[in-house]
Write a protein that binds this ligand. Structure first.
Ligand code: PRP
Length: 207
C-alpha cells in the first residue's frame, strides 16, 4: 500500500498548530481547513486531465480539467472539518457521507449514517478523516465503497498511527494513504501519540 507523507513546511506548521493543546477550537478548525487544502492538492497530483481548446483574450491554447472528478466521502464527525475545503478545491466533486462513532471501550466503529451512490465503478474516491488510529473506521468505510464497485480509493488523513497503517495495508483493499504524519504509536486508550487528541471533540466539542 502506498503511503504519501506530505512534509511541506507549510503543512508541518499547520499540523503543529493542530497538535498544540493551547490551540482553541476556532484556530484548530482553521488549521485543519488549510492543511486539508495541501493534502488534497498532493492527493490529486496524478489525477488524469482532459484537454480542451479554449480562447484566451489573446490566442487559442490548450485548457485542462479533471477527466474524472472524485467522490468525496467525509467520515463524520471529524471528517466534516475537511469537507468544505476539499469541495472548494474540487468543485466538480460529488459528496457522500459515512457516520461512525468509535466505541471508547472496544475501539470498534459503530455506524450511524451511510449516504453513498449505489454504483462507484470507475470513480475515484477520496475518504476524508483527520485520524487513522487503529484503522477500524477507515477499513469499515472502504469496505462500503468496495461493495459498491470502487477500485481507486485514497484515504486523506491528517495523522496516522503505524498500527493503523499496517492494519489497512494487510486488509488488502484498493487504497492508498495521504497524510501529514505517521506518528509514533497508539496508546492503551487507542489515541495516536503524540497525536493531537480527539479531532472530533476539538472541532465540535465533546459528545
Ligand atoms: C475518530 C476519528 C476516526 C476514528 C479513528 O472518530 O475521526 O473516525 O476515530 O479511529 P480508528 O482508526 O481507531 O477507527 P470518533 O469515532 O472519535 O468520532 P467523531 O469523529 O465523531 O469524534
Amino acid at each position: 500500500m502506498d503511503v504519501l507523507v506530505v512534509e511541506h513546511p507549510l503543512a508541518r506548521a499547520r499540523l503543529t498548530t493542530m497538535r498544540d493543546a493551547r490551540t482553541d477550537s476556532a484556530a484548530f478548525r482553521a488549521a485543519l481547513q488549510e492543511l486539508t487544502q495541501m493534502l488534497i492538492y498532493e492527493a490529486m497530483r496524478e489525477a488524469p486531465v482532459a484537454v480542451e481548446r479554449i480562447h484566451t483574450p489573446v490566442a487559442r491554447t490548450d485548457g485542462f480539467r479533471l477527466a474524472n472528478p472524485p467522490l468525496l466521502v467525509p467520515v463524520l464527525r471529524a471528517g466534516l472539518g475537511m469537507a468544505d475545503q476539499a469541495h472548494n478545491l474540487i468543485p466538480d466533486a460529488q459528496m457522500g457521507f459515512v457516520g461512525l462513532a468509535r466505541d471508547e471501550r472496544t475501539l470498534q466503529p459503530t455506524p450511524y449514517l451511510e449516504s453513498l451512490p449505489a454504483d462507484l465503478a470507475g470513480r475515484p474516491v477520496l475518504v476524508l478523516d483527520p485520524m487513522l488510529a487503529t484503522g477500524g473506521s477507515m477499513i469499515y468505510t472502504i469496505r462500503l465503497l468496495v461493495d459498491r464497485g470502487a477500485t481507486d480509493i485514497t484515504a486523506v488523513c491528517v495523522l496516522a498511527a503505524p498500527e493503523g497503517v499496517e492494519k489497512l495495508a494487510s486488509a488488502d483493499l484498493p487504497v492508498r494513504v495521504v497524510t501529514a504524519s505517521v506518528d509514533e504509536r497508539l496508546n492503551d486508550s487507542g489515541f495516536i501519540v503524540p497525536g493531537l487528541g480527539d479531532a472530533g471533540d476539538r472541532l465540535y466539542g465533546a459528545v
